[in-house]
Ligand binder design. Structure first.
Ligand code: ZN
Length: 444
């Protein structure tokens, strides 16, 4: 592969330190070979001049659904045509890449196939760590109340229904067989209807422990949707790697962690919280507009604002305890949660909720790579890592809203500058013919 030199740039390497000025980077065979202050030998290289611009790691979104869903209702999720959803999902992953996301973790049945097509050279798209379908219980967040179970089993874009230790064991083995690299579960409800409230925990400790055990046997992480404190505690106990949403990380959770770990001189469990905070704020601002509700007891105060305060406080508590924070937008449909743009918005909301701009950048790069178990490959700009690079025209450390589409000068994924006018590589068939699928290691 051709050598590339990126020169004269201001480097934000993803480790959280100060900007390094006048940096040049040599990229060869998809890898970052050399990073130097000043000039680098450009002979025979494609040269990209980044003077006055900002070089940073490609962004990582730890929570998207490439289900190809367009509408927001769970009736539509299962009723939209499966093939049309699969086709739409291609555009969804293109949108992520356009917005600078060179890696995502996907929860959907399409992500595995998108990953395969991208890795074989048929499509351009981010590196996908696919969960495949996530585990939900009968009547859970990824079941659909409106339809018979057989129909849901066949058509749900991101859920696989399993009840009891042996069914969940089999479901984990099934999604791994299909090609997933992470196991997702809905440990609590999500509030689509009154039969799956956020306050309800949906799997027993035994069921969650079995999922973690099976994921460990295959060496992949576990991501758990937890919207109440009981599910957060159960999942941390079971050893999951990331808590998704986690908006009830309250005093009781803090006390439990303190008693179980800190008071015993033990480090906190190595988990990442992916708070998806923008989705909630949007929800309460747009779909549950601030209003007085006597029944909630918050007379004179708006329910929307009260919930937003609670969610931000929960996030700050987790962060304050030293829990690692990752960025995830929870984009699930084109209409409400536009891919890529919605994750930029999540970064702004994390800053608004109490993170510095530096911390947000680390959350969207290095922390994402740790969460997905791929820090050896990406997440920071360091020698010997994959050349997943974003160049911005404006400084994101000055204003986090400088991470936006209009400011994206270049996206490089694994050493290749993305040509947004040609998202279907010309020589895909040749690449595919040369490539051998060698299993797990090669798919990341
Ligand atoms: Zn989600």
């Amino acid at each position: 592969m051709k050598k590339t030199v990126i020169k004269n740039g201001n480097l934000i390497d993803g480790n959280g330190g100060a900007i390094q000025e006048n940096i040049s980077i040599l990229v060869e065979d998809g890898k970052i070979i050399k990073i130097v202050h000043g000039k680098i030998n450009e002979d025979g290289c494609q040269v990209i001049d980044a003077e006055g611009k900002y070089i940073m790691p490609g962004l990582i979104d730890c929570h998207v659904h490439y289900g190809g869903v367009f509408e927001s209702s769970d009736k539509d999720w299962v009723c939209e045509n499966d093939l049309e959803q699969a086709m739409r999902s291609v555009e969804q992953c293109h949108q992520s890449l356009r917005h600078g996301f060179t890696t995502v973790r996907d929860i959907s049945r399409n992500g595995i196939h998108l990953r395969n097509m991208i890795n074989d050279g048929f499509l351009m798209g981010p590196r996908i760590i696919p969960c495949g379908r996530g585990l939900t219980r009968t009547g859970g967040h990824a079941d659909s109340l409106h339809f018979p179970q057989d129909f849901v089993k066949e058509h749900h874009p991101w859920g696989i229904i399993a009840d009891g230790p042996e069914e969940v064991r089999k479901a984990v083995r099934s999604v791994l067989k299909e090609g997933s690299l992470c196991v997702k579960l809905w440990a609590s409800g999500g509030g689509i209807n009154d039969w799956e409230k956020e306050t309800d925990t949906h799997f027993t400790e035994e069921e969650i422990a079995v999922m973690v055990e099976e994921a460990r046997l295959f060496g992949v992480p576990v991501a758990a949707h937890c919207e109440n404190k009981d599910s957060i505690i159960k999942c941390i106990k079971a050893g999951v790697n990331s808590i998704e949403h986690g908006e009830e990380f309250d005093q009781e959770v803090e006390n439990w962690l303190t008693k179980e770990y800190l008071d015993k001189g033990l480090p906190l469990p190595d988990i990442t919280l992916v708070p998806t905070i923008g989705l909630y704020i949007d929800w309460y601002e747009q779909f549950d507009p601030p209003k007085e509700r006597d029944l909630t007891g918050c007379v004179g105060e708006t329910l929307g604002q009260k919930e937003i305060d609670r969610i931000q406080k929960s996030f700050r508590r987790a962060k304050g305890m030293g829990i690692r924070i990752g960025v995830g937008a929870d984009s699930f449909c084109g209409k409400l949660t536009p891919y890529g743009m919605y994750t930029h918005n999540e970064m702004y909301e994390l800053a608004a909720a109490g993170m510095t701009n530096e911390e947000v950048i680390v959350a969207a790069t290095k922390n994402g790579a740790i969460c997905l178990g791929i820090l050896d490959q990406t997440g920071t700009i360091e020698e010997n890592k994959d050349a997943d690079i974003l160049i911005l025209t404006e400084n994101p450390l000055e204003n986090i809203k400088n991470v936006r589409l209009e400011n994206i000068d270049l996206v490089m994924k694994q050493g290749q500058v993305v040509d947004f006018n040609n998202m279907s590589p010309k020589d895909a068939a040749t690449i595919a013919a040369k490539k051998e699928r060698t299993g797990k290691k090669s798919v990341k």
